[in-house]
Ligand binder design. Structure first.
Ligand code: GLN
Length: 220
């Protein structure tokens, strides 16, 4: 596969741990670029919304006039992955949001902000994540949300003590934890496989990377 055939994944670069995601995406088999202008939103195959602070990312995307272009792309089926704050931004419904806080939505789920943070600010755990081969993922939770409810279309990929902490709906993936800061790039590889599969289905890229069985059977 030449470089040009690798999916181009943008990382929303207004706030949060952008650099960590760029590195993890490249290690996971994509080309990766920071996105902070509308034209850049239009140019990428997929978008990562990083961990950080969802209220700030929301405000800045509106200030930079990125909200509408991102919503348009998501409505058009662009794959996206959100970690922590990014998970909140991909949720159709947010509990404990601040006044006026908006999400992009896309995943039929209710996410509670800072849900784990009320108990303990941050913690780590080895977590089995469906679709990630090779054993548990070191999951780092930092003032993390959890998912309180999911719709029928949502596949639960991981739980921590019964709480849903990783989900997928079609080409949208979200984790309450931060795989980008551990050096383990398997979750990013899962996302890049999902993006490549999505592009092939739309006839936008040649057949290349293998796709894990769940994406073939679950219908993305
Ligand atoms: N608590 C943050 C928020 O509400 C998320 C924290 C994180 O991304 N590590 O956006």
């Amino acid at each position: 596969m030449t470089d040009r055939e690798l999916p181009l994944v943008g990382v929303l670069a207004v706030q949060g741990d952008v650099r960590e995601h760029l590195r993890a995406l490249e290690a996971g088999g994509a080309r990766a670029v920071g996105v902070r202008r509308p034209a850049e939103v239009a140019a990428v195959d997929a978008l990562v919304i990083p961990g950080g602070e969802s209220t700030t990312i929301d405000k800045l995307t509106r200030a930079f006039e990125l909200r509408e272009p991102i919503l348009d792309r998501l409505r058009g089926g662009m794959p996206a992955y959100g970690s922590c704050a990014g998970m909140i931004l991909l949720a159709d419904r947010v509990e404990d949001a601040i006044a006026g806080q908006q999400s992009f939505g896309g995943i039929d789920m209710t996410v509670r902000r800072n849900a784990f943070g009320r108990q303990v600010d941050s913690f780590e755990e080895d977590l089995a994540v469906e679709g990630v081969p090779g054993g548990p993922v070191r999951a780092v939770f930092i003032r993390a949300p959890w998912v309180e409810r999911v719709g029928e279309q949502v596949q639960v990929l991981a739980r921590h003590e019964g709480r849903i902490v990783a989900v997928r709906q079609g080409a949208l993936l979200a984790t309450a934890f931060h795989p980008e800061i551990t050096g383990d790039t398997r979750v990013h590889r899962l996302f890049v496989d999902l993006v490549a599969h999505h592009l092939r289905r739309r006839g936008e890229a040649p057949v290349g990377a293998p796709v894990s069985a769940q994406f073939r059977t679950k219908g993305t």
